[in-house]
Design a binder for this molecule. Structure first.
Ligand code: SAH
Length: 455
């Protein structure tokens, strides 16, 4: 018997938060997920969906707020879905993330009593993102810029997002003014007409410079000088204005077809003292302050010296590889995206690093080949995408018998699975930490050191 009914109201006390950020309450032992609540809240809810093992409730009223509740100052919070934990005090958010990691390691990985040694949060958990995308469209006949409502392409007007740079709101206003003053219509994805699709900005944490990219359905932007003028008077931090051409019927955020309208083609940022050149489409970590802390811990776990050889698998544009190369004998970086490997090689040259080589190939293909050919890294660093690594890659690593494996992960569930694979083959978890790279969201990054039982 399911003890809850659809379309009925209940008063419940939330007792936990799930890994996707919903509060959980129990009605006669039956779990009800309630978005935008936190444990300790006493709330009135409407049950909106009932499944065989759980239900979903909609928050109607907070009767007694939890002492973990924070005031929400973002006007878009309810419709955006980007910051699922914004209603929770930051310290409590960190506790929730630590629990998510520990639960995954214990339940999926079977590491009994596993505890993360530390979770590293931000001193100021706002305005951390160095890359923002604002779609542009007509809303009630007016050109507006904002974000897409959850699971839709309806634009909700919002010029400023609290996790991005404050300057974005000025940039967005300037672009709208340019469009209104010059009769430049926004792009309409239904009939594939109109011009401006979105504003995309990238900010350098180290220099403060900003790149503004206008994604548009044209090969030449009308009155582009007017756009350049208005943006240049908006802020002298803007050092690059780029047209990103996308005339196809798709919704790609960015294509590889860029025309520089004014200023530089790339902006520069630094991570752990290494300079990186960032083009509109480069992959670059979005929270450099926290990324540095994460990398420093990964490198500390790697215990590098001038005799250590390193293999950095899933290396992206070579950020970890190049930071490691300054401390190690040599580094091999492996990454599936060719363009990222080109950037990695460029970045190596720019920083006069000549003990790093890079291969553009899938890990599952090249790692076994390199190890078969006799590569014997002392330390393997891996930083896979959310789906984690795979048995071919992990088995090849085991074959090479590195002293240490430093696993950097953005998904505790796949980390737990892969760490179990390694733990069953001669490695044990000797250190672990978690990092909050995305405050107010449920995402969490981890670094785990796995050492060989044979020493
Ligand atoms: N270490 C980098 C990037 C980590 S993101 C950094 O810190 O910036 C994970 C990377 O793995 C992405 O760049 C993605 O393109 C790459 N990737 C995904 N699947 C892969 C595979 N099968 N083989 C190699 N690289 C892969």
């Amino acid at each position: 018997m399911i003890p809850v009914e659809k379309n009925k109201e209940y008063t419940v006390t939330v007792d936990a938060v799930s890994s996707d950020g919903n509060g959980i309450a129990h009605i006669d032992g039956f779990a009800v997920f309630i978005p935008r609540t936190v444990d300790g809240d006493e709330v009135k809810i409407l049950v909106v969906k009932v499944k065989s093992r759980f239900a979903y409730g909609k928050l109607l009223e907070i009767i007694t707020p939890s002492n973990k509740r924070a005031e929400v100052t973002c006007s878009a919070y309810k419709r955006c879905g980007g910051c699922q934990l914004r209603h929770i005090k930051y310290d409590s958010q960190l506790e929730i993330k630590k629990d998510i990691v520990e639960n995954a390691m214990q339940r999926i990985g079977g590491f009994e009593n596993f505890e993360v040694e530390k979770i590293v949060g931000m001193d100021n958990p706002e305005r951390y993102r160095n890359k923002m995308v604002f779609p542009i469209g007509f809303v009630n006949g007016k050109t507006e810029c904002g974000f897409y409502a959850q699971r839709s392409h309806d634009i909700i007007p919002l010029k400023d997002c609290l996790i991005g740079d404050k300057l974005n709101s000025e940039i967005n206003k300037a672009v709208i003014t340019y469009m209104n003053d010059n009769n430049i219509p926004p792009y309409d994805e239904i009939n594939h007409r109109g011009i401006v699709r979105r504003v995309f900005t990238r900010t350098s944490h180290s220099t403060g410079e900003v790149m503004v990219v206008i994604s548009a359905n044209v090969t030449t932007l009308p009155k582009s000088k007017k756009l350049v003028n208005i943006l240049r008077t908006t802020s002298d931090r803007i050092s690059s204005i780029i047209l990103n051409i996308n005339t196809k019927r798709n919704n790609l955020v960015i294509t590889d077809n860029n025309v520089t309208l004014w200023g530089k083609n790339c902006i520069l940022d630094t991570l752990c003292g290494i300079e990186f050149e960032i083009s509109p489409e480069s992959f670059f970590q979005v929270n450099p302050i926290q990324t540095e802390k994460l990398y420093n811990t990964a490198l500390e776990y790697a215990e590098l010296n001038k005799n250590t050889s390193v293999m950095d698998i899933y290396c992206g544009i070579g950020t970890i590889s190049l930071c490691a190369a300054t401390k190690a004998k040599n580094v091999i970086g492996i990454e599936i995206v060719e363009r990222a490997i080109e950037d990695a090689k460029e970045n190596a040259k720019r920083n006069n690093i000549n003990n790093a080589v890079f291969y553009a190939d899938s890990a599952e293909n090249i790692v076994p080949l390199l190890i078969e050919k006799g590569e014997k890294p002392d330390v393997v660093i891996l930083d896979p995408p959310r789906k984690g690594s795979d048995e071919k890659t992990l088995s090849a690593i085991i074959k090479a018998q590195p002293q240490r494996i430093v696993y950097v992960s953005c998904n505790p569930a796949t980390l737990a699975r892969d760490a179990r694979f390694l733990a069953d083959r001669g490695y044990f978890i000797s250190k672990s930490s978690a990092f909050d790279l995305f405050p107010h969201t449920t995402h969490v990054e981890c670094v785990v050191l796995m050492s060989s039982v044979d020493g």
